[in-house]
Design a protein. Structure first.
Length: 256
């Protein structure tokens, strides 16, 4: 299996990506969309593991850093959901132009909202991990709101996460305060699998339940008992393996 560095462009900015190829030629590919303050490796490198498993199943994978995140151009303070939707659409267009005829999407957390908003008729199926469909009902939004005085004073809010410092801009805060992801979920008509943990306090599992209720068919909800956000917790290794296996099975079933 090979992994190729890919350079995408959007609005003059470089988007850093990696294309994982299976041993045999394939017409199937999955694009991975990371979450808020994340990168192309996913939480605890779960995207790296997922790409390996998909390659073993004969499916290529494109994972990338949204602008303002990871190695891609841009500043995090300028990031918006709209800019991430634009980036994801560029990534989908890339895999289509490369000759992949059957394309799937995976989004995790805020990347789940982005995937739902970027989904169109070119997407063959989708998997969402603990997706955000009600941004105002997430731990991040509540934290940002608690520090809104900093936004009013400086124009941004500082968040510390995994020994990194992020500046969240006014545009992002005001955007998610009014964002209606649910209307996009209602438009999903490709096969959809949603996976979440029952102990997720960052994006409560009710959001995943509502995602499945709103979407078209076929659809399925997988609840991992005891798992927290990013499938973390006391049995994280088991839960993440469970999520990866279910995800690979779904894409292998529906990507023809």
């Amino acid at each position: 299996m090979r992994e190729l560095p890919i350079a995408l462009k959007n609005e003059g900015d470089n988007i850093v990506a990696l294309l994982k190829l299976p041993e045999q030629d394939t017409k199937r590919a999955v694009v991975l969309a990371h979450g808020f303050m994340g990168d192309k490796n996913g939480p605890d490198r779960i995207f790296v593991r997922l790409a390996e498993k998909l390659a073993e199943a004969g499916i290529a994978t494109l994972r990338f850093d949204f602008r303002g995140s990871g190695e891609s151009d841009g500043r995090f303070v300028d990031m918006t959901v709209a800019s991430e939707v634009s980036d994801l659409k560029k990534a989908i267009a890339f895999v289509r132009a490369r000759g992949y005829e059957s394309v799937g999407l995976l989004g995790e957390s805020l990347g789940g909202a982005v995937a739902a908003m970027a989904c169109d008729s070119s997407v063959g199926c989708m998997v969402l991990w603990y997706p955000v469909i009600y941004p105002k009902e997430t731990a991040v939004f509540k934290m940002l709101t608690d520090h809104k005085k900093d936004l009013d004073k400086r124009g941004f809010i500082i968040i510390e996460n995994d020994e990194q410092t992020f500046k969240v801009g006014r545009s992002f805060y005001e955007e998610i305060a009014r964002l209606d992801v649910a209307k996009h979920v209602r438009s999903i008509r490709c096969p959809l699998l949603v996976i979440t943990g029952t102990a997720d306090k960052s994006v409560p599992s009710e959001q995943s339940e509502h995602t499945v209720a709103l979407a078209g068919v076929p659809k399925e909800l997988k609840m991992i008992e005891g798992a927290k956000h990013s499938f973390s917790g006391t049995r994280a290794e088991k839960w993440r393996s469970e999520a990866i296996d279910a995800t690979v099975e779904w894409f292998d079933k529906w990507l023809k």
